[in-house]
Design a protein around this ligand. Sequence first.
Ligand code: ZN
Length: 401
Amino acid sequence: MSSNEWESDEEIQYFREYLRIPSVHPNPDYVPCVEFLKRQAEQIGLSMNVYYPANDQNPVVILTWKGLEPELPSILLNSHMDVVPVFPENWTHPPFGAEMDEEGRIFARGTQDMKCVGMQHLAAVRALKKSGARFKRTIHISFVADEEMGGRLGMRPFVNTLDFRALNVGFGLDEGLASPGDDFPLFYAERAVWRVYFHISGTAGHGSLLLPNTAGEKLNYIVGKMIALRRTQVQRLENNPESVIGDVTTINLTKISGGVQSNVVPPQLMVCFDCRLALDVDHEEFEATLQKWCNEVGGGIEITYEQKQPKVPPTAIDNSNPFWLAFKKATDELKLNLKPQIFTGGTDSRYIRQVGIPALGFSPMNNTPVLLHDHDEFLKADTYLKGIKIFQKIISNIANV
Ligand code: ZN
C-alpha cells in the first residue's frame, strides 16, 4: 500500500481520529472518547452501555454484539482509553497529531499502548459484521479508564460490580506488547506487584557518638538483604538463557527518605522497594522473610504496603482451556510465531483473572520497536491493518467455542 491508500483507508482514519483525542494522564478527559465510541457503535450497529464503577469521571464503555446463543458465557475484548503523559519537546511529531510519514508510520501516544488494539477489536468486528458472520457467543468490546494508574478507577472496581457479572464473561482478551522480531508475544499471567515500605526507627542522638541500634544500621541491613535477594534473581535469569524477566522476581530500591540535620542521628528512616513476585513465590513465606529480617536487626521496623497484589493463577494454555485452543488454532492457521510468556508489567488482565476468568494479553504488532510510554511512539499502518485481519480470525474462533 502507498501513503495515499493508507490516507484514504477507512480503518486508518478511525484509528487516527481516536489517537487525536488527548485522553492523557494526569487528568484524562474521557468524554470525547465516549462520544467517539458512541458514533462507532452506531456505525457498526452495536448496542452501547456506559458504567461508572468508581466515579463519574471514569467511564467503562461496553459495545455489545449479541450471539446466537446468548446464554453462553461471553467474550470480552478489552482495551484502555487512557495514555501516559508526553514530553512533546522530545517528539519529532506532535504526540496527539497522529501524523503519518511516507513509510506509513503513524506517530502518536497510544499507537502501541493501546488505542491500536481497541480500534482493531472494533475494526475486526466491523468487518465480520459486514461479511454477514454470526457467532454463538455474545461479544463485548470494553473501553476502560485509568489502566495506566493501576486500574483503581477502572477495571479493578468494575470486575466486582453486578454490571460486570451481568456480562457473563467466559474469556477475555487484553493488551500485550509489540515485538521487534518476527514473533508475537502472548501473555497468560502476571507477577504480583508489591510496593514495600520499611519505616525504620532507631536510637536518635548526636552525630558525634556511637549509639546502638541506629536507624542507619538497620537500613543498611535491610537494603543488604533485599539487594542480595535481587542478585539471586539476576543470577537465575543469567543461568537460563530461555527465561525472560517475567519468570523471575524483580526487586528495586525506588525511594529513600529521612533525616533532619547532618549532625543528628535520625529517629526514623524510610526505604521503599518495588517488588514483582514471580509466579512460583509463596507470598506468605516472602512476607515472613521480610519480617524475619526486621526482627534480626533488632526490630523497631514497621512494614507497610502501597500495593500488595494477591497471587493470581495463570490462564491455562493447554488442552484444559477451549478458548486457548480456539485462539491457537487461529494463530496457527495464520502461521504466527506465538511466544507465550509472563507479562513484565501489570495490565487489567490481572483483575479479569482475579475473578476467575481466563484472559490472554495480545497486541499483534511484530517487527515493531517496543515504544510504549516512550517518545515518538508509532505503529506502521500496514502492521495495524494486518492486526485487524489477525483479530478477525481469532474472534471468529473464540466466539464460536
Ligand atoms: Zn497499556
